[in-house]
Design a protein around this ligand. Sequence first.
Ligand SMILES: [Zn+2]
Ligand SMILES: [Zn+2]
Length: 257
Amino acid sequence: MVRYAVLGSGSNGNSYVFSDGVTSVLIDQGYSGVELQRRLASIDLDLSSVAALCITHLHPDHSKGVGVLARKLRIPIYLHSAMVEKEPVAFAKLGIPEECVSLVEPLREFSVGPFALRCFETSHDSGGSVGWHVIYDDMTLMVLTDTGTYTDQHLQLARSSKILFLEANYDEKMLHGGPYPYYLKQRISGLYGHLSNDQAMQFLQESEFNGEHVYFIHLSGTNNKPSLLSDMAHEKVKIPFTVCEKGRCYGGSMEKS
Ligand SMILES: [Zn+2]
Ligand SMILES: [Zn+2]
C-alpha cells in the first residue's frame, strides 16, 4: 500500500509526501523544518522515514526548507540539472551539502526504496522547472504544478496515472478583475505562469484522465475560491476529486489493483 499526502499547497508553502510506511519521498519542501515535521506527524509519518526529496523548481514556496532538511537528514536531493545551470544564485542560496545534490534528467527513471521516480519539464518562470511521476508497483502518481501551459507529453503522462495532483491556481475573472498589478496578472496568466481553473478542466478533458482521484492544488488565496472551483469540477469532472484549500493537508492511500 502506498500512502500519499498534500502536506500543503499554495503560495505559503508546498510539499507532497509518498510513503510505504518505511520509506517516504518528499516532493518540494516550502516549510521550515519544524513545520514540516508537524505536518508529517499529523498524518502519522516520522521525519526519519524521509529517504529523498525531489524538487519541482526553486521558487521559495517550494524550496525554502530544502537546505535545512538536507543538512539535517543528509539525504539525496533530486533536481533537474537545468535548474542548477539556469538558477545558480537561487540554487546556491539553498545551501544543500554537495554530497546530497543528485542531478537528474527529464524522463530518466531512478529509484528510492520501493519507488521509481522521473521528472518531466514544465513551463514556468523558474529555470529547469519540472513536474514529477512517482511510481509504486503498477501505480503512478503525478504532480503537475506551477506551469503556465500543458503539453502533449503532460497529457500522455496523466493518461497513465492513477492519482493526479493538478494545479488550478486562479479563476480568470477573479484574476483580471482583482487587486494584482497588471504585470503580475500577465505573469500569472502567461505561458510561464500558472494553470487556471479552466485550463485544469481542459487538461482533464483532453487527457481523458481516468484514474482514481484528482487533487486540485496550488489555489491562489486572492484569485481563486475553493467553492467556485468545486462547483466547476462537479459539473465537469466525472471522477472523484478534492479541492485542496491553501495551506491545508490532504491525504489518501492506494492498494495494488
Ligand atoms: Zn513557482
Ligand atoms: Zn508555487
